[in-house]
Design a protein around this ligand. Structure first.
Ligand SMILES: C[S@@+](CC[C@H](N)C(=O)[O-])C[C@H]1O[C@@H](n2cnc3c(N)ncnc32)[C@H](O)[C@@H]1O
Length: 358
């Protein structure tokens, strides 16, 4: 391996008193006008370090005391809010099990289409990039897809978009093709996490999501946000995640949601991967007894795809772990693959985590 020529130059080092000093190479006696300024160095570090993943940060922090200190305070700031300020309340990491300060992932408050680099092609006129509701208006006379209520939410509302029949099902809210604004009371799942939460380390389960306040039955908690994948890509990733999980140091968050017709046939399949990009819901663990969260596929009027939303299925006390059922536990087709043990603690626990064979 070839080596880069080494230069004798100024290095920023810690003088032992918490301040940065410049230490000079043996041949360099006089300060030069182009010597690095320690304050510039710190400012650059403050700009660059937040872009680093935790493994890169750990590596950089080994290079000098000043970067070690900067990385340490960055780590503390990260552990104080997993949501990076995207949510109404900060979501701290709490760990009394081992010494991991936080889990690294990218934050997306709502679901993301994997690829966004598209443009309309074949429109009738250059200005016809209109919403579906306008298209429907034009096609069928006076028909409007969204509502035009004055006040949609609240008791006694007759907004046609409102339907939350029962938990564990499909529900609807106002959406992009409605006349109302984002403050409308019939958009409760559209402004991010609505309650105080924290992420805590749980023996045997990794991180878990916990209530940091009393959450009332039927209260909206959060959406399951992540990258929306094609089924082919979901299958490819699942294979990769299974391989990585066998090392015991990797936890994936790829969820497959199927909507069924009354006939029992699946009519919609959503593959949401929160492993790399997601929100706090990626930390919700499985419980064999169904846990304390219900899942609802929420359709917003005029939006193309529904979103998976979590509501409290009963009152949830502060400090209680949030959980739901990942699905049925089925024997893995590949008898070679290592089963994942379940530590949900429910009396009905099957001992094994449900596996998704996409
Ligand atoms: C969506 S993630 C949940 C957050 C995860 N615990 C973490 O640390 O990031 C799903 C993974 O969490 C772990 N997990 C979830 N529920 C569990 C349970 N009841 N017992 C053991 N591990 C569980 C498994 O590794 C699973 O693949």
């Amino acid at each position: 391996m070839s080596q880069l020529p080494t230069k004798k130059c100024c290095r920023a080092v810690d003088g032992g008193n918490g301040n940065l000093q410049l230490r000079r190479g043996a041949e360099e006696q006089e300060p030069r006008a182009d010597s690095p300024n320690p304050n510039d160095f710190i400012r650059s570090a403050e700009l660059v370090l937040p872009w680093l993943a935790s493994s890169e940060l750990a590596y950089v922090s080994l290079t000098c005391k000043a970067l070690h200190r900067a990385a340490k305070s960055l780590t503390l700031r990260r552990s104080l809010d997993a949501s990076r300020g995207f949510e109404k309340f900060p979501v701290p990491f709490v760990n009394s099990v081992d010494d991991l300060p936080y889990a690294y992932f990218l934050y997306g408050p709502s679901q993301l289409l994997h690829s966004l680099d598209r443009q309309p092609w074949g429109s009738v006129s250059p200005h016809s990039a209109v919403t579906n509701s306008h298209m429907a208006d034009a096609a069928s006379g006076d028909v409007r897809v969204g509502c035009d209520c004055e006040r949609c939410g609240g008791g006694g509302s007759s907004c046609p978009c409102l339907s939350l029949e029962g938990l564990d099902g499909v529900a609807t809210e106002c959406g992009p093709s409605c006349g109302c604004e984002s403050e409308c009371g019939n958009r409760i799942t559209q402004s991010g996490v609505s309650v105080k939460l924290k992420i805590a380390r749980v023996r045997g389960k990794g991180w878990g999501l916990f209530a940091d306040q009393l959450i009332r039955e039927r209260q909206f908690v959060c959406e399951y946000a992540g990258e929306l994948l094609t089924t082919k890509e979901a299958q490819r990733r699942q294979q990769e995640y299974d391989r990585l999980s066998s090392t015991g140091h990797f936890s994936s968050a790829l969820l497959v949601v199927r909507e069924h017709l009354p006939s029992g046939k699946a009519c919609l399949r959503l593959n949401i991967d929160a492993t790399r990009v997601g929100n706090v819901a990626r930390f919700i663990n499985h419980s064999c007894d169904g846990g304390n969260l219900s899942t609802v596929l929420m359709r917003s009027t005029g939006a193309l795809l529904p979103r998976l939303c979590f509501f409290a299925s009963r009152n949830i006390a502060r400090d209680e772990e949030l959980s739901f059922s990942y699905g049925e536990t089925r024997p893995r087709p590949d008898s070679e693959s290592r089963p994942c043990f379940c530590f949900c603690g429910a009396s009905s626990c099957s001992g094994t985590l449900p596996s998704e064979h996409t």
